[in-house]
Design a protein. Sequence first.
Length: 208
Amino acid sequence: MPFDYLASALVTLFVVVDPIGLVPSFLTVTEKVSASVRQRIAVRAVLIAGMTLAAFALAGNWFLEKLGITLPAFHIAGGLLLFMVAFEMVLGQRTERETTDAEQATERHVRNIAAFPLAVPLIAGPGAITATLLLAGQAQLQSLRLVLLLAVIMIVLSLCLAVFKLANSIHRLLGTTTTIVFSRLLGVVLAALAVQYVIDGIRAAFKL
């Protein structure tokens, strides 16, 4: 059903991208720039991430076919990769690694940090790209589902942009502890989704 697919895609991408969890990294990356420059960086980062995910959504199946990779195989591999991302989220290793990478940004990188590390890999990271490919595979070239997937990408990235624009307020409101707890809870949800992807891949591969 289209609604089931829409709900699944929205939950999956929202959990993987984790807009709220990106707040500390975004603030760290842009801490040395003015408010106006920070806003431009946020817009550019979201646009680049959106184009990246949309490209994988539209051309992902073709890419897999050229490599001779079946959808069940990618479901299993993708599910395992997403589980690794979820595992890192629950243990807090993902946030720690991303923040460390962000701290390496200097003034001479200001014009480029929208592309790296914000757009890739913080927003459109391996987990988001893998999830997009998995969802595109579920769409099976059905135009309605592909449109829904693109709409979901736009919704999630719009949330990212809104969060970035309100990053200072959100960080003050939630605090570091609440942000960490929220990220851990999303990690648990993502782990369950990842296991479901593996189960679906095994069922499809062995026609269970």
